[in-house]
Ligand binder design. Structure first.
Ligand code: OAK
Length: 828
């Protein structure tokens, strides 16, 4: 029963209905109060981190107010909503973004200045939650920013990993990993909800029988029970709603096992608790490479089970019926990591809520929608039947039942045995396993790829049989990025310059940037534009000197490749280019090379041999080039350690050239490409992922294109590709490749880079040698363009002016129209 007194107090005195932001004095008062009462700190003892925490608490109060208000409005309207399920999130630092959303950056800066503190130093204290590996996790967070801003009734579910993506250090050129202790200083943004907790079962056996009502039913007698507890972080939209990111932490069901405790073995009793908590200890650091580990499957089921039980609770709380779940919710699956949800929802409906199978299946397949984020075969999730059955015996039965009904439908359509085997949810060849992408596709009403090209390839290749069977199920939603985080917050000087010219409407409608086209030729504007770039480059140079020990002249061209290290992304193609320039300089043929700093950053999966070797190669090339007096500072190479959202926010604003050079057909979309272009970097890229659409938007004359198309890649394969032919025929390329095994890069060690050399000569699965010459020619064009600063500035401005399409606001609008079919509710 609602407490009317409290409700009227809430709404009458401004707790919920007050204004959005705060004045300078209110911020100061609140900040000082949090320092004193919130942390119990006297100024003499307070550290910068205390001040950051106090400010975070002060701001969180306001963020929560917006969240409460949004929830009230969503509930009043009985709105249709989205539950977003993602095993990964990369929110980045919260404070700066929340200050922007409340429109109080200036006031906060002034309030702190009055007490002799500097906002930038305070912002720098924040340790970001690294709860994801790369693109997929960051996309989820960009989407939360947009969902909150647009007023999409939504909740985002995930896992509260105690240790996120590892911290990367570079020692002697090699990547070294250490644990990411992001919770070490506490986390002022989250609120634990001990009362929102669910039991999750594992293992044991199933037993079928007849229940009290005489119906056939299945009981799952699990042998392990773990509790999932909700930790909520409010995510604020720009000047609007707040939504919740609800992350589940695993806990033991009882703190102690009393039977063991009473027998006197205290340590053994506690051991069980520790084992339960292991479940959410650490994020698997593999990006697009499946490991098939039991703990990973446990993590997936654990968070899916809690999230579905919570969604059902929210649904029933509104007085609705369970068979209307799909009318009120879409559950969006962020790749297949949460796709066990299809079986779990069936289990909850059929076993726990006693719904009949057909009805439950109708609800299920109208509730889920599935986003695919990769075509890489090694990333497509499969779980061995053996492992799966041991951990989730009931789910295995349910999947068999779904499959048997599905295959019967296919038989009725007269499909061949071959085709039926191809489409089955179970792979029979080799070790029998469950194909999670098939489960997600069969169990969803929509399936989408993340760029036009990727969605086409998904339909034509990986899910071709399904797309022929259900053509209307397949759609595209091109990825987008939060322009508020990646331009307004991270590049304030450029944002102000833009707003001076075209006003501030672009903060909520990125297409408004088109207005900048009118100033592309304006020399005064160009100068201001490039001056800001230079200032950002100076700031990055400082960071690089401090963290990578390399001095860089900020007037050089900053040629940047930052992303996970993966062979398909071809960081080693960039290395071949650098070595080609180096060799030209050594031969005295370097006059047409513009002074360039090559900047790399990104993490390699700890078990990925080739990726780690590529990092070592970059470091070795850096040593050679940076120290050679003949190069005379014309080239610099640097690998900045520990790429994360915070570092990314420094790098994009300082970049001149964005390297998007994956082999065509491999990068599902890319989102870094959008962040660079939004900050005025020009792109050199293949026709892959969203590069295609970026080039369409900015115009082909403002984009440096090279390399094979996806069709040409396929043709090359069909024709029988022999990389050694390119090595034989292209003498420059030969000389560069020979350097890898000459010992020149490795203190005489001819073995160190042999694996890379041999891989390229013998297989070259990502066609570096085939694309090499086209890349080198394109780079020559780029170096020439850099020598015409006005031209460059014009192209840079035109790139930014045409980035409207790549806001995550547009992507979310697309999801609303093509998939979610709901009404946004903007906070008033
Ligand atoms: C990671 C693990 C498994 C499957 C996919 C991924 C992943 O990160 N994919 C990336 O998703 C991004 C967001 O859609 C895309 O921009 C990247 O191209 C894609 O590699």
């Amino acid at each position: 029963t609602p407490n009317k007194k409290i409700e009227s107090y809430f709404s009458s005195n401004g707790i919920v209905s007050g204004k959005l932001g705060l004045s300078k004095d209110e911020i100061k008062d609140s900040f000082l109060e949090k320092t004193f009462y919130g942390l119990g700190r006297i100024p003499a003892l307070a550290t910068q981190n205390d001040f950051y925490t106090a400010m975070a608490f002060a701001i969180r109060d306001r963020v929560l107010r917006q969240f409460v208000r949004s929830t009230q409005q969503f509930n009043e309207k009985d709105a249709r909503g989205v539950a977003y399920l993602s095993a990964e999130y990369l929110p980045g630092p919260h404070l700066g973004n929340n200050l922007l959303s409340l429109e109080i950056i200036k006031e906060t800066r002034e309030a702190l200045a009055e007490v002799n503190l500097d906002l930038d130093e305070i912002l720098d204290q924040e340790v970001e939650p690294g709860l994801g590996n790369g693109g997929l996790g960051r996309l989820a967070s960009c989407y939360m920013d947009a969902m909150a801003t647009l007023g999409i009734p939504s909740i985002a579910y995930g896992i509260r990993y105690e240790f996120g993506i590892f911290k990367q250090e570079i020692r002697d050129g090699w990547q070294e990993e250490s644990t990411d202790k992001w919770l070490h200083y506490g986390n002022p943004w989250e609120i634990v909800r001990p009362e929102i907790a669910y039991e999750v079962h594992f293992g044991g056996k199933t037993e079928s029988g007849i229940d009290e009502k005489g119906n056939y039913s299945v009981a799952w007698n699990a042998d392990t029970v773990i509790k999932g507890v909700a930790y909520d972080t409010p995510i604020l939209g720009y000047k609007s709603n707040g939504i919740i990111m609800r992350l589940w932490k695993a806990e033991a069901i009882e703190s102690f096992d009393f039977s063991i405790y009473n027998s006197g073995d205290y340590y053994k009793a506690v051991e069980k608790k520790m084992r339960s908590e292991n479940l959410t200890k650490v994020l698997y650091p593999n990006d697009e490479n499946l490991q098939g580990k039991e703990l990973r499957l446990k993590q997936q089921y654990f968070f899916v089970c809690c999230s579905l039980k919570d969604t059902i609770r929210l649904h029933l709380l509104q007085g609705r019926k369970l068979d209307q779940l799909h009318d009120k919710f879409t559950i969006q699956l962020n790749d297949t990591h949460p796709s066990i949800a299809v079986a779990e929802l069936m289990r909850l409906l059929v076993d726990e809520h006693k719904m009949e199978w057909e009805k439950a299946w109708h609800v299920t397949r109208h509730t889920f929608a599935y986003t695919n984020h990769t075509l890489l075969p090694e990333a497509l999730e499969k779980w061995s039947i053996d492992l799966f059955g041991r951990l989730l015996p009931r789910h295995l039965e349910i999947i068999y039942e779904i499959n048997s009904r599905f295959l019967n439908e296919l038989r009725e359509l007269q499909y061949s045995a071959n085709k039926i085997a191809r489409m089955s949810l179970i792979e029979e060849s080799g070790e029998p396993s469950i194909r999670m992408a098939h489960l997600a596709t069969v169990g969803s009403f929509k399936v989408n790829g993340v760029s036009a090209l990727h969605s086409r390839l998904l339909k034509e290749q990986v899910l071709n049989d399904f797309a022929e069977l259900w053509p209307d199920k397949f759609t595209n939603v091109t990825n987008g990025i939060s322009h508020r985080r990646f331009l307004v917050v991270s590049n304030p000087a450029l944002s102000d310059l833009i707003s001076e010219k075209i006003g501030r409407d672009w903060l909520t409608d990125l297409y408004k940037l088109k207005g900048l086209e009118a100033f592309a030729e304006d020399e005064d504007f160009q100068k201001k534009w490039m001056d800001i770039k230079l200032e950002n480059k100076k700031a990055l140079s400082k960071h690089i000197e401090e963290y990578a020990g390399v001095k860089i002249d900020p007037t050089m061209m900053f040629d940047v490749q930052v992303k996970r290290i993966h062979e398909y992304k071809r960081q080693h193609l960039k290395v071949l280019h650098i070595l080609s320039l180096y060799r030209r300089i050594k031969k005295g043929e370097g006059e047409r090379i513009s002074p360039t700093a090559f900047i790399f950053a990104g993490k390699a999966a700890p078990g990925y041999f080739m990726a780690k070797r590529i990092i070592k190669l970059i470091s070795s090339v850096a040593d050679l080039v940076n120290k050679d007096p003949d190069v005379n500072g014309k080239l610099k190479v640097v690998f900045i350690p520990n790429f994360n959202v915070k570092l990314a926010q420094r790098i994009y604003p300082a970049s001149d050239l964005s390297e998007q050079i994956s082999m065509a057909g491999k990068e599902a979309s890319g989102t870094g490409n959008m962040k660079f272009a939004l900050n005025g970097a020009l792109t050199v890229g293949t026709l892959d992922g969203a590069n295609v659409e970026i080039r369409d938007e900015v115009g082909k004359e403002n984009f440096f294109l090279f390399g094979l198309t996806t069709e040409e890649v396929q043709q090359t394969r069909q024709d029988g590709y022999r990389p050694s032919e390119y090595y034989e025929q292209n003498k420059e390329l030969q000389g560069i490749l020979d350097m890898l095994i000459s010992g020149e890069l490795s203190n005489g060690d001819t073995e160190l880079f042999k694996p890379i050399f041999e891989n390229l000569l013998q297989q070259d699965p990502y066609l570096l040698l085939k694309d090499y010459q086209s890349y080198i020619d394109c780079q020559e064009e780029i170096h020439e363009a850099w020598r015409k600063p006005k031209e460059w500035a014009r192209m840079s401005i035109l790139n930014v002016a045409n980035m409207g399409k790549f806001s995550s606001d547009r992507s979310i609008q697309d999801y609303v129209e093509k998939i979610w079919n709901l009404q946004p509710i903007k906070a008033d």
